[in-house]
Design a protein around this ligand. Structure first.
Ligand code: GLY
Length: 354
């Protein structure tokens, strides 16, 4: 088992290894004395792993209840949050009790937010069951729900007390879920880790999924330690997201987040004026992981959609632009110039016939 320590306002370990789902109770007991605990999950994950996690926690001495909501981003809303808070109340949870978020990014985000606000904050454990959640959203303490006026618009910073990633669960994921998470891992490679990028561009890395998760989490851990509350360098984690957000938005969120980030990362490299060989290498890495690299929208439409991104501050938006595989820089760009950046990206991609 690998252990990565996160040094944020709450310090915690991210545990990565085989068979950890069935050890969730004993691992949790090392950081939280047995207490009342509510497992929050979705109906798909509940069917697969709910019983196993509940049995493990009960065996370790926790007094366990369980709440499952319908799987999917459409559930990440105020109504589900209200249902979770009701379930916490009905389970009789107090401030010294525990939430266990068992699932992908939607579960982690909404269960984490419920934990952040219930009795002004209770502890929570993340058990990510998707690659995307394992490499990104389960670490760093961003919790949120979607609102009619935007994705993740209401939320809080609330760090978990433990993250348990079972690599057997990740190996069992459907191919689409693996590629969805691979996009965020490739993003980490482009940001900071040429060796990780090289592993991912080979395409056949599933046997080494523990290495992929560990390298992404180590990088994210370092970024979060330096800028937990996202006022500076945490923006690096948004590589591909400004371009990707526009694409996701225009697809009415029918496109998976990782697919949009994949296109967005290639667009970022193209807009940055990277050498054609490097842009092609990033695109080929995405393709080797069954990810798309092009969208059919025009620059003006994309720029308009990108401006619904909450990460805009004043009249400027921060772009993350690659310099090399493993190195990027931030650039604050006037909002009015955004169509030019999209135009530059599309022109470069056209010239490369991506
Ligand atoms: N997923 C980006 C962040 O945690 O800041």
């Amino acid at each position: 088992m690998r252990k990565i320590h996160v040094n944020a306002s709450t310090e915690y370990d991210v545990l990565i290894g085989e068979g950890l789902i069935d050890k969730a109770g004993e691992l949790t007991k090392k950081v939280v004395m047995p207490c009342k605990c509510l497992i929050v999950t979705d109906d798909t994950v509940d069917e697969l792993y709910g019983d196993r996690v509940q049995i493990s926690l009960s065996y370790a001495g926790f007094d366990v209840s369980r709440f499952a909501f319908p799987a999917g981003e459409a559930s990440k809303n105020l109504s589900t949050l209200s249902d979770i808070l009701d379930a916490m109340g009905e389970a009789g949870l107090s401030r010294s009790d525990l939430i266990v978020a068992l699932g992908g990014g939607v579960v982690g985000d909404i269960a984490g937010f419920a934990a952040a606000i219930y009795t002004r904050g209770i502890r929570f454990v993340q058990i990510p069951t998707t690659l995307l959640a394992a490499v990104d959203s389960s670490v760093g303490g961003k919790t949120a729900i979607d609102m009619p006026f935007g994705k993740n618009m209401v939320g809080a910073f609330h760090q978990p007390v433990l993250v348990i990633t079972d690599t057997d669960v990740l190996r069992d994921l459907p191919a689409l879920q693996l590629s969805n998470g691979a996009a965020e891992a490739i993003k980490c490679g482009v940001l900071n880790d040429p060796d990780l990028f090289a592993l991912l561009e080979a395409g056949d890395w599933l046997e080494q999924v523990d290495t992929v998760v560990a390298r992404c989490v180590t990088y994210k851990r370092d970024v979060v330690a330096g800028d937990e509350f996202d006022t500076g360098n945490r923006a690096f984690l948004n590589l591909g997201h400004t371009f990707g957000h526009a694409i996701e938005h225009l697809s009415h969120f029918t496109m998976l987040h990782g697919q949009a980030v994949a296109i967005g990362t290639v667009m970022a490299a193209s807009a940055a004026g990277c050498p054609g060989k490097m842009i092609r290498r990033i695109a080929d890495c995405m393709k080797a992981n069954d990810l798309p690299v092009r969208c059919q929208c025009d620059a003006a439409t994309l720029a308009k959609a990108a401006l619904s991104d909450k990460k805009r501050s004043g009249g400027k938006i921060t772009l993350v632009l690659p310099d090399a595989i493993g190195q990027c820089h931030l650039e604050k760009v006037p909002v009015a110039e955004l169509p030019l950046w999209f135009e530059r990206a599309l022109t470069a991609q056209e010239a490369l016939k991506l």
